[in-house]
Design a protein. Structure first.
Length: 486
Protein backbone atom coordinates (compact mmCIF):
# COMPACT_ATOMS: atom_id res chain seq x y z
CA UNK A 1 0.00 0.00 0.00
CA UNK A 2 2.87 2.40 0.79
CA UNK A 3 4.44 1.73 -2.59
CA UNK A 4 1.16 2.50 -4.33
CA UNK A 5 0.78 5.72 -2.32
CA UNK A 6 4.32 6.77 -3.12
CA UNK A 7 3.70 6.16 -6.81
CA UNK A 8 0.62 8.38 -6.72
CA UNK A 9 2.64 11.14 -5.03
CA UNK A 10 5.26 11.14 -7.78
CA UNK A 11 4.74 13.76 -10.50
CA UNK A 12 3.29 12.18 -13.67
CA UNK A 13 5.33 11.93 -16.84
CA UNK A 14 4.50 11.26 -20.47
CA UNK A 15 4.34 7.51 -20.99
CA UNK A 16 5.72 7.99 -24.51
CA UNK A 17 8.66 10.40 -24.16
CA UNK A 18 9.00 9.90 -20.35
CA UNK A 19 9.37 13.67 -19.84
CA UNK A 20 7.60 15.53 -17.04
CA UNK A 21 5.88 18.86 -17.52
CA UNK A 22 4.88 20.61 -20.77
CA UNK A 23 6.15 19.68 -24.23
CA UNK A 24 8.36 21.91 -26.39
CA UNK A 25 5.39 24.04 -27.44
CA UNK A 26 4.36 24.56 -23.82
CA UNK A 27 1.31 22.28 -23.89
CA UNK A 28 0.77 20.31 -20.65
CA UNK A 29 0.40 16.62 -20.03
CA UNK A 30 -3.14 15.38 -20.67
CA UNK A 31 -5.20 12.34 -19.81
CA UNK A 32 -8.84 11.70 -20.56
CA UNK A 33 -9.43 7.97 -20.78
CA UNK A 34 -9.86 5.31 -18.09
CA UNK A 35 -6.27 5.11 -16.88
CA UNK A 36 -5.91 5.53 -13.12
CA UNK A 37 -3.26 6.59 -10.67
CA UNK A 38 -0.26 8.20 -12.34
CA UNK A 39 -0.53 6.19 -15.57
CA UNK A 40 -1.89 7.34 -18.90
CA UNK A 41 -0.56 10.89 -18.95
CA UNK A 42 0.98 12.04 -22.24
CA UNK A 43 1.62 15.07 -24.40
CA UNK A 44 -0.94 15.48 -27.17
CA UNK A 45 1.87 15.83 -29.72
CA UNK A 46 3.37 12.53 -28.52
CA UNK A 47 0.00 10.73 -28.80
CA UNK A 48 -0.43 12.04 -32.36
CA UNK A 49 3.06 10.93 -33.41
CA UNK A 50 2.49 7.52 -31.82
CA UNK A 51 -0.94 7.16 -33.49
CA UNK A 52 0.38 8.10 -36.91
CA UNK A 53 3.30 5.63 -36.74
CA UNK A 54 1.13 2.79 -35.46
CA UNK A 55 -1.56 3.58 -38.06
CA UNK A 56 0.97 3.34 -40.90
CA UNK A 57 2.08 -0.07 -39.61
CA UNK A 58 -1.54 -1.22 -39.29
CA UNK A 59 -2.35 -0.11 -42.84
CA UNK A 60 0.67 -1.91 -44.27
CA UNK A 61 -0.38 -5.03 -42.38
CA UNK A 62 -4.12 -5.24 -43.10
CA UNK A 63 -5.16 -1.97 -44.81
CA UNK A 64 -7.48 -1.07 -41.91
CA UNK A 65 -7.48 -0.22 -38.18
CA UNK A 66 -5.90 3.15 -38.90
CA UNK A 67 -8.39 4.83 -36.58
CA UNK A 68 -7.67 2.60 -33.54
CA UNK A 69 -4.67 4.49 -32.16
CA UNK A 70 -6.36 7.87 -32.57
CA UNK A 71 -9.43 6.78 -30.60
CA UNK A 72 -8.38 4.22 -27.99
CA UNK A 73 -5.78 4.54 -25.26
CA UNK A 74 -3.40 1.54 -25.44
CA UNK A 75 -2.89 1.71 -21.67
CA UNK A 76 -6.48 1.12 -20.50
CA UNK A 77 -7.90 -0.05 -23.85
CA UNK A 78 -10.76 2.47 -23.56
CA UNK A 79 -11.86 5.32 -25.79
CA UNK A 80 -10.50 8.82 -25.30
CA UNK A 81 -13.17 11.33 -24.35
CA UNK A 82 -14.04 15.03 -24.33
CA UNK A 83 -11.14 17.41 -25.12
CA UNK A 84 -8.64 14.67 -25.99
CA UNK A 85 -11.17 12.94 -28.26
CA UNK A 86 -11.91 16.29 -29.93
CA UNK A 87 -8.23 17.01 -30.63
CA UNK A 88 -7.39 13.49 -31.82
CA UNK A 89 -10.42 13.35 -34.16
CA UNK A 90 -9.08 16.44 -35.88
CA UNK A 91 -5.57 14.96 -36.01
CA UNK A 92 -6.90 11.68 -37.44
CA UNK A 93 -8.77 13.47 -40.23
CA UNK A 94 -5.72 15.55 -41.14
CA UNK A 95 -3.57 12.38 -41.18
CA UNK A 96 -6.01 10.41 -43.38
CA UNK A 97 -6.45 13.34 -45.80
CA UNK A 98 -2.69 13.63 -46.04
CA UNK A 99 -1.85 9.95 -46.57
CA UNK A 100 -4.97 7.83 -47.28
CA UNK A 101 -7.44 10.13 -49.00
CA UNK A 102 -8.05 7.64 -51.80
CA UNK A 103 -9.18 4.97 -49.33
CA UNK A 104 -12.93 5.67 -49.19
CA UNK A 105 -13.57 3.70 -46.01
CA UNK A 106 -10.78 5.32 -44.00
CA UNK A 107 -11.67 8.77 -45.30
CA UNK A 108 -15.43 8.66 -44.70
CA UNK A 109 -14.88 7.09 -41.27
CA UNK A 110 -12.47 9.86 -40.26
CA UNK A 111 -14.90 12.51 -41.53
CA UNK A 112 -17.76 10.92 -39.58
CA UNK A 113 -15.67 10.73 -36.41
CA UNK A 114 -14.70 14.40 -36.65
CA UNK A 115 -18.31 15.35 -37.34
CA UNK A 116 -19.67 13.72 -34.18
CA UNK A 117 -17.09 15.50 -31.99
CA UNK A 118 -18.36 18.90 -33.15
CA UNK A 119 -21.31 20.71 -31.58
CA UNK A 120 -24.23 20.78 -34.02
CA UNK A 121 -25.74 23.74 -32.15
CA UNK A 122 -22.56 25.85 -32.03
CA UNK A 123 -22.30 28.55 -34.72
CA UNK A 124 -18.51 28.37 -34.42
CA UNK A 125 -18.47 24.70 -35.47
CA UNK A 126 -21.03 25.05 -38.25
CA UNK A 127 -18.65 26.07 -41.10
CA UNK A 128 -16.45 23.02 -40.47
CA UNK A 129 -19.54 20.80 -40.32
CA UNK A 130 -20.72 22.09 -43.70
CA UNK A 131 -17.32 21.31 -45.23
CA UNK A 132 -17.37 17.79 -43.76
CA UNK A 133 -20.88 17.15 -45.11
CA UNK A 134 -19.79 18.28 -48.55
CA UNK A 135 -16.81 15.90 -48.51
CA UNK A 136 -18.94 12.98 -47.31
CA UNK A 137 -21.53 13.53 -50.04
CA UNK A 138 -18.76 13.65 -52.64
CA UNK A 139 -17.41 10.27 -51.48
CA UNK A 140 -20.90 8.71 -51.41
CA UNK A 141 -21.61 9.93 -54.94
CA UNK A 142 -18.36 8.42 -56.19
CA UNK A 143 -19.11 5.08 -54.52
CA UNK A 144 -22.70 5.00 -55.82
CA UNK A 145 -21.42 5.44 -59.38
CA UNK A 146 -18.92 2.57 -59.15
CA UNK A 147 -20.25 -0.86 -58.07
CA UNK A 148 -16.68 -2.11 -57.65
CA UNK A 149 -16.26 0.25 -54.68
CA UNK A 150 -19.33 -1.04 -52.85
CA UNK A 151 -18.82 -3.54 -49.99
CA UNK A 152 -20.40 -4.15 -46.59
CA UNK A 153 -17.89 -2.25 -44.42
CA UNK A 154 -18.10 0.86 -46.57
CA UNK A 155 -21.91 0.60 -46.72
CA UNK A 156 -22.11 0.66 -42.92
CA UNK A 157 -19.70 3.61 -42.72
CA UNK A 158 -21.80 5.56 -45.25
CA UNK A 159 -24.94 4.74 -43.24
CA UNK A 160 -23.38 6.19 -40.09
CA UNK A 161 -22.28 9.28 -42.01
CA UNK A 162 -25.78 9.80 -43.45
CA UNK A 163 -27.21 9.41 -39.96
CA UNK A 164 -24.80 12.04 -38.62
CA UNK A 165 -25.68 14.48 -41.40
CA UNK A 166 -29.37 13.89 -40.72
CA UNK A 167 -28.90 14.78 -37.06
CA UNK A 168 -26.97 17.91 -38.02
CA UNK A 169 -29.70 19.08 -40.43
CA UNK A 170 -32.37 18.28 -37.85
CA UNK A 171 -30.67 20.56 -35.33
CA UNK A 172 -30.71 23.32 -37.95
CA UNK A 173 -34.49 22.74 -38.40
CA UNK A 174 -33.81 21.79 -42.02
CA UNK A 175 -36.33 18.97 -41.74
CA UNK A 176 -36.64 18.05 -45.41
CA UNK A 177 -32.88 17.59 -45.80
CA UNK A 178 -32.73 15.71 -42.49
CA UNK A 179 -35.45 13.35 -43.69
CA UNK A 180 -33.51 12.61 -46.90
CA UNK A 181 -30.38 11.74 -44.93
CA UNK A 182 -32.28 9.47 -42.54
CA UNK A 183 -33.98 7.72 -45.47
CA UNK A 184 -30.60 7.10 -47.08
CA UNK A 185 -29.23 5.91 -43.74
CA UNK A 186 -32.14 3.48 -43.35
CA UNK A 187 -31.56 2.06 -46.83
CA UNK A 188 -27.82 1.61 -46.18
CA UNK A 189 -28.32 0.06 -42.73
CA UNK A 190 -30.76 -2.45 -44.24
CA UNK A 191 -28.27 -3.25 -46.99
CA UNK A 192 -25.57 -3.80 -44.33
CA UNK A 193 -27.88 -6.06 -42.30
CA UNK A 194 -28.32 -3.66 -39.36
CA UNK A 195 -32.10 -4.01 -39.16
CA UNK A 196 -32.40 -2.75 -35.57
CA UNK A 197 -30.66 0.55 -36.34
CA UNK A 198 -32.78 0.81 -39.51
CA UNK A 199 -35.84 0.71 -37.23
CA UNK A 200 -34.43 3.75 -35.43
CA UNK A 201 -34.18 5.61 -38.71
CA UNK A 202 -37.83 4.79 -39.36
CA UNK A 203 -38.77 6.39 -36.05
CA UNK A 204 -36.84 9.56 -36.90
CA UNK A 205 -38.49 9.76 -40.34
CA UNK A 206 -41.97 9.43 -38.84
CA UNK A 207 -41.17 12.14 -36.30
CA UNK A 208 -40.02 14.53 -39.04
CA UNK A 209 -43.09 13.78 -41.18
CA UNK A 210 -45.33 14.67 -38.24
CA UNK A 211 -43.48 17.95 -37.76
CA UNK A 212 -43.66 18.80 -41.45
CA UNK A 213 -47.42 18.24 -41.41
CA UNK A 214 -47.79 20.54 -38.42
CA UNK A 215 -48.77 17.77 -36.04
CA UNK A 216 -47.20 16.97 -32.72
CA UNK A 217 -45.13 13.78 -33.07
CA UNK A 218 -46.83 10.87 -31.33
CA UNK A 219 -44.68 9.14 -28.75
CA UNK A 220 -45.37 5.42 -28.53
CA UNK A 221 -43.65 4.62 -25.24
CA UNK A 222 -44.15 0.88 -25.58
CA UNK A 223 -42.61 0.87 -29.08
CA UNK A 224 -39.64 2.93 -27.84
CA UNK A 225 -39.02 0.46 -25.03
CA UNK A 226 -39.09 -2.46 -27.48
CA UNK A 227 -36.71 -0.68 -29.86
CA UNK A 228 -34.17 0.32 -27.22
CA UNK A 229 -34.22 -3.14 -25.66
CA UNK A 230 -33.42 -4.62 -29.07
CA UNK A 231 -30.70 -2.05 -29.70
CA UNK A 232 -29.09 -2.63 -26.30
CA UNK A 233 -29.24 -6.43 -26.66
CA UNK A 234 -27.75 -6.18 -30.14
CA UNK A 235 -24.94 -3.97 -28.82
CA UNK A 236 -24.18 -6.42 -25.99
CA UNK A 237 -24.24 -9.32 -28.44
CA UNK A 238 -21.69 -7.61 -30.69
CA UNK A 239 -19.43 -5.96 -28.12
CA UNK A 240 -20.12 -7.50 -24.71
CA UNK A 241 -21.74 -5.77 -21.72
CA UNK A 242 -18.42 -4.26 -20.57
CA UNK A 243 -17.92 -2.26 -23.76
CA UNK A 244 -18.31 1.51 -23.67
CA UNK A 245 -20.90 1.40 -26.46
CA UNK A 246 -22.99 -1.13 -24.50
CA UNK A 247 -22.83 0.97 -21.33
CA UNK A 248 -23.89 4.08 -23.25
CA UNK A 249 -26.75 2.21 -24.96
CA UNK A 250 -27.76 0.80 -21.57
CA UNK A 251 -28.06 4.28 -20.07
CA UNK A 252 -30.26 5.34 -22.98
CA UNK A 253 -32.41 2.23 -22.48
CA UNK A 254 -32.81 3.08 -18.78
CA UNK A 255 -33.87 6.63 -19.71
CA UNK A 256 -36.56 5.29 -22.05
CA UNK A 257 -37.71 2.78 -19.41
CA UNK A 258 -38.05 5.56 -16.86
CA UNK A 259 -40.14 7.71 -19.20
CA UNK A 260 -42.38 4.71 -19.90
CA UNK A 261 -42.88 4.20 -16.12
CA UNK A 262 -40.85 0.96 -16.03
CA UNK A 263 -39.04 2.36 -13.00
CA UNK A 264 -38.17 -0.90 -11.24
CA UNK A 265 -36.56 -2.35 -14.36
CA UNK A 266 -34.74 0.94 -15.03
CA UNK A 267 -33.38 1.14 -11.49
CA UNK A 268 -32.13 -2.43 -11.46
CA UNK A 269 -30.60 -1.96 -14.91
CA UNK A 270 -28.80 1.23 -13.85
CA UNK A 271 -27.40 -0.35 -10.69
CA UNK A 272 -25.82 -3.03 -12.83
CA UNK A 273 -24.49 -0.46 -15.33
CA UNK A 274 -22.93 1.63 -12.55
CA UNK A 275 -21.08 -1.42 -11.22
CA UNK A 276 -19.81 -2.33 -14.69
CA UNK A 277 -18.81 1.24 -15.57
CA UNK A 278 -17.00 1.78 -12.25
CA UNK A 279 -15.02 -1.42 -12.73
CA UNK A 280 -14.24 -1.01 -16.42
CA UNK A 281 -14.10 2.75 -17.01
CA UNK A 282 -13.42 4.12 -13.51
CA UNK A 283 -15.37 6.43 -11.23
CA UNK A 284 -14.15 9.57 -13.02
CA UNK A 285 -15.31 8.52 -16.49
CA UNK A 286 -18.19 10.57 -17.86
CA UNK A 287 -20.32 7.48 -18.53
CA UNK A 288 -19.94 6.35 -14.92
CA UNK A 289 -21.00 9.80 -13.75
CA UNK A 290 -23.87 9.81 -16.26
CA UNK A 291 -25.12 6.42 -15.07
CA UNK A 292 -24.86 7.49 -11.41
CA UNK A 293 -26.75 10.72 -12.08
CA UNK A 294 -29.49 8.84 -13.93
CA UNK A 295 -29.72 6.31 -11.08
CA UNK A 296 -30.09 9.06 -8.47
CA UNK A 297 -32.73 10.72 -10.63
CA UNK A 298 -34.80 7.58 -11.06
CA UNK A 299 -34.65 6.74 -7.34
CA UNK A 300 -36.52 9.94 -6.46
CA UNK A 301 -40.10 9.13 -5.42
CA UNK A 302 -42.34 12.04 -6.42
CA UNK A 303 -45.72 12.53 -4.75
CA UNK A 304 -48.46 15.13 -4.89
CA UNK A 305 -49.27 16.44 -1.41
CA UNK A 306 -52.95 17.39 -1.46
CA UNK A 307 -52.82 19.68 1.56
CA UNK A 308 -49.90 21.63 0.02
CA UNK A 309 -51.25 21.46 -3.54
CA UNK A 310 -47.75 20.83 -4.86
CA UNK A 311 -45.21 18.14 -5.77
CA UNK A 312 -42.72 16.85 -3.21
CA UNK A 313 -40.12 14.12 -2.88
CA UNK A 314 -41.18 11.32 -0.55
CA UNK A 315 -38.37 10.33 1.81
CA UNK A 316 -39.68 7.66 4.20
CA UNK A 317 -42.64 6.37 6.17
CA UNK A 318 -43.11 6.88 9.90
CA UNK A 319 -45.55 5.68 12.58
CA UNK A 320 -45.94 2.24 10.97
CA UNK A 321 -46.83 3.78 7.65
CA UNK A 322 -49.50 6.10 8.96
CA UNK A 323 -47.37 9.15 8.13
CA UNK A 324 -44.84 9.97 5.43
CA UNK A 325 -41.95 12.47 5.38
CA UNK A 326 -41.69 14.62 2.25
CA UNK A 327 -39.33 17.35 1.02
CA UNK A 328 -40.05 20.17 -1.40
CA UNK A 329 -41.85 21.61 -3.17
CA UNK A 330 -40.10 20.55 -6.38
CA UNK A 331 -39.49 23.11 -9.17
CA UNK A 332 -42.20 23.35 -11.81
CA UNK A 333 -40.03 21.79 -14.51
CA UNK A 334 -40.01 18.51 -16.42
CA UNK A 335 -37.52 15.83 -15.43
CA UNK A 336 -34.54 15.89 -15.22
CA UNK A 337 -34.47 19.70 -15.02
CA UNK A 338 -36.83 19.53 -12.02
CA UNK A 339 -34.19 17.72 -9.98
CA UNK A 340 -31.17 19.58 -11.35
CA UNK A 341 -32.68 22.97 -10.49
CA UNK A 342 -33.57 22.13 -6.90
CA UNK A 343 -32.37 24.45 -4.14
CA UNK A 344 -32.37 22.17 -1.10
CA UNK A 345 -31.73 25.08 1.29
CA UNK A 346 -35.06 26.63 0.33
CA UNK A 347 -37.08 23.41 0.51
CA UNK A 348 -39.02 22.33 3.57
CA UNK A 349 -39.40 18.92 5.17
CA UNK A 350 -42.92 17.97 6.22
CA UNK A 351 -44.56 14.99 7.89
CA UNK A 352 -48.04 14.41 6.50
CA UNK A 353 -50.64 11.67 6.65
CA UNK A 354 -50.04 8.85 4.18
CA UNK A 355 -53.50 9.33 2.70
CA UNK A 356 -52.62 12.98 1.96
CA UNK A 357 -50.24 12.04 -0.86
CA UNK A 358 -50.68 10.62 -4.36
CA UNK A 359 -47.64 8.89 -5.92
CA UNK A 360 -46.91 9.80 -9.52
CA UNK A 361 -46.88 7.35 -12.44
CA UNK A 362 -43.80 5.18 -12.47
CA UNK A 363 -43.50 5.04 -8.68
CA UNK A 364 -42.48 1.57 -7.43
CA UNK A 365 -44.99 0.29 -4.87
CA UNK A 366 -45.76 -2.80 -2.83
CA UNK A 367 -49.33 -4.08 -2.58
CA UNK A 368 -50.81 -4.52 0.92
CA UNK A 369 -54.04 -5.29 2.77
CA UNK A 370 -56.00 -6.49 -0.24
CA UNK A 371 -59.35 -7.94 0.80
CA UNK A 372 -61.91 -10.08 -0.99
CA UNK A 373 -63.98 -6.95 -1.66
CA UNK A 374 -61.48 -6.14 -4.39
CA UNK A 375 -63.01 -8.92 -6.50
CA UNK A 376 -66.63 -9.03 -7.70
CA UNK A 377 -68.40 -11.96 -6.03
CA UNK A 378 -70.24 -12.83 -9.23
CA UNK A 379 -66.93 -13.64 -10.96
CA UNK A 380 -65.04 -15.43 -8.18
CA UNK A 381 -66.42 -18.31 -6.08
CA UNK A 382 -66.73 -17.47 -2.38
CA UNK A 383 -64.13 -20.04 -1.22
CA UNK A 384 -61.52 -18.50 -3.54
CA UNK A 385 -62.05 -14.78 -2.90
CA UNK A 386 -59.84 -14.34 0.13
CA UNK A 387 -56.98 -16.26 -1.46
CA UNK A 388 -57.39 -14.47 -4.77
CA UNK A 389 -57.16 -11.13 -2.99
CA UNK A 390 -54.40 -11.91 -0.52
CA UNK A 391 -51.90 -13.58 -2.84
CA UNK A 392 -51.03 -10.18 -4.37
CA UNK A 393 -50.08 -8.72 -1.00
CA UNK A 394 -46.34 -8.16 -0.85
CA UNK A 395 -45.94 -8.13 -4.64
CA UNK A 396 -44.06 -5.14 -6.07
CA UNK A 397 -44.70 -3.24 -9.27
CA UNK A 398 -44.81 0.15 -10.99
CA UNK A 399 -47.76 2.52 -11.10
CA UNK A 400 -48.52 2.82 -14.81
CA UNK A 401 -51.79 4.78 -14.63
CA UNK A 402 -53.95 6.65 -12.11
CA UNK A 403 -57.66 7.48 -12.18
CA UNK A 404 -58.12 10.71 -10.24
CA UNK A 405 -61.89 10.33 -10.16
CA UNK A 406 -61.86 6.81 -8.70
CA UNK A 407 -58.54 7.13 -6.81
CA UNK A 408 -57.45 3.88 -8.40
CA UNK A 409 -53.93 2.89 -9.52
CA UNK A 410 -53.07 0.41 -12.23
CA UNK A 411 -50.10 -1.66 -11.07
CA UNK A 412 -47.84 -3.65 -13.39
CA UNK A 413 -45.97 -6.27 -11.39
CA UNK A 414 -42.29 -7.09 -11.71
CA UNK A 415 -42.77 -10.80 -11.18
CA UNK A 416 -43.77 -12.67 -14.31
CA UNK A 417 -47.18 -14.32 -14.52
CA UNK A 418 -49.16 -11.52 -12.88
CA UNK A 419 -51.50 -9.41 -14.94
CA UNK A 420 -51.88 -5.65 -14.31
CA UNK A 421 -54.21 -5.01 -11.38
CA UNK A 422 -56.19 -1.97 -10.26
CA UNK A 423 -55.92 -1.16 -6.56
CA UNK A 424 -56.85 1.70 -4.26
CA UNK A 425 -54.46 4.20 -2.67
CA UNK A 426 -54.76 2.57 0.76
CA UNK A 427 -53.62 -0.74 -0.73
CA UNK A 428 -50.17 0.43 -1.87
CA UNK A 429 -47.05 1.65 -0.11
CA UNK A 430 -44.20 3.44 -1.85
CA UNK A 431 -41.11 1.29 -2.26
CA UNK A 432 -38.05 3.36 -1.29
CA UNK A 433 -35.51 0.57 -1.73
CA UNK A 434 -35.85 -2.34 -4.13
CA UNK A 435 -35.56 -5.82 -2.62
CA UNK A 436 -33.25 -8.43 -4.10
CA UNK A 437 -34.70 -9.72 -7.33
CA UNK A 438 -36.25 -13.14 -6.91
CA UNK A 439 -35.14 -16.02 -9.08
CA UNK A 440 -37.68 -16.93 -11.72
CA UNK A 441 -39.78 -19.94 -10.82
CA UNK A 442 -42.61 -21.69 -12.55
CA UNK A 443 -45.86 -20.61 -10.93
CA UNK A 444 -48.81 -22.92 -10.44
CA UNK A 445 -52.13 -21.20 -10.95
CA UNK A 446 -54.96 -22.38 -8.79
CA UNK A 447 -57.39 -23.15 -11.66
CA UNK A 448 -54.66 -25.00 -13.57
CA UNK A 449 -53.78 -26.96 -10.45
CA UNK A 450 -57.43 -28.01 -9.98
CA UNK A 451 -57.60 -29.13 -13.61
CA UNK A 452 -54.37 -31.08 -13.22
CA UNK A 453 -55.65 -32.81 -10.09
CA UNK A 454 -58.94 -33.67 -11.80
CA UNK A 455 -57.07 -35.20 -14.72
CA UNK A 456 -54.89 -37.28 -12.41
CA UNK A 457 -57.90 -38.54 -10.46
CA UNK A 458 -59.66 -39.43 -13.71
CA UNK A 459 -56.62 -41.39 -14.91
CA UNK A 460 -56.34 -43.12 -11.53
CA UNK A 461 -59.98 -44.19 -11.66
CA UNK A 462 -59.64 -45.52 -15.20
CA UNK A 463 -56.52 -47.49 -14.31
CA UNK A 464 -58.16 -48.81 -11.14
CA UNK A 465 -61.13 -50.09 -13.14
CA UNK A 466 -58.74 -51.84 -15.50
CA UNK A 467 -56.97 -53.54 -12.61
CA UNK A 468 -53.73 -51.56 -12.92
CA UNK A 469 -52.06 -50.04 -9.88
CA UNK A 470 -50.77 -46.47 -9.97
CA UNK A 471 -49.48 -43.82 -7.62
CA UNK A 472 -50.48 -40.20 -8.09
CA UNK A 473 -47.67 -37.66 -7.65
CA UNK A 474 -49.35 -34.48 -6.57
CA UNK A 475 -47.83 -31.11 -7.52
CA UNK A 476 -45.89 -29.52 -4.69
CA UNK A 477 -46.61 -25.88 -5.55
CA UNK A 478 -50.33 -25.36 -4.98
CA UNK A 479 -50.12 -22.31 -2.74
CA UNK A 480 -52.02 -19.27 -3.99
CA UNK A 481 -48.98 -17.17 -3.05
CA UNK A 482 -47.20 -18.33 -6.21
CA UNK A 483 -50.15 -18.56 -8.56
CA UNK A 484 -50.57 -16.57 -11.73
CA UNK A 485 -52.89 -13.61 -11.77
CA UNK A 486 -55.68 -15.02 -13.90
Amino acid sequence: MRAATAALDDPPCCWLCLEEGPDESGKPLIRNCSCRGSSGFAHLSCIIDFAENKSRQAFERDKYNVEFYFRICPGCDQYYQDDVKFALAKAELEFVEREYKNNHLLYIDALKERMITLDFKDDHDRPELEIICSKILSIIEEVDNDPLLQYNGLTRAMAMAQRGMGSFRYQLENLKEAKKHFEQAKHLYEAAGDTVVAMGMDRKILMIEAKLSGNKPEVDKAAKVIYWRKLYNECVKKNGENHLFSIDAGILLATVLGKAYHTIEAERHLKNLVQISRRVLGIEHKLTKKALAKLQEIKVREVYVSSEKDWFQALRYESDGEKIVVQGPLPDRPLPERLNERNLDEEKILTVASNDIVPTEGTPVVVKNLQCSQYPSILVPAFMRLKRASYLNGKIGDIRAYSEDDKIFEIHFEEEGFKPTKVKLENVSILFGLPEQKLKRKAWSLPKTILALSALIFIHQKMSHSGMRTQIMLPTHTSPSVTENE
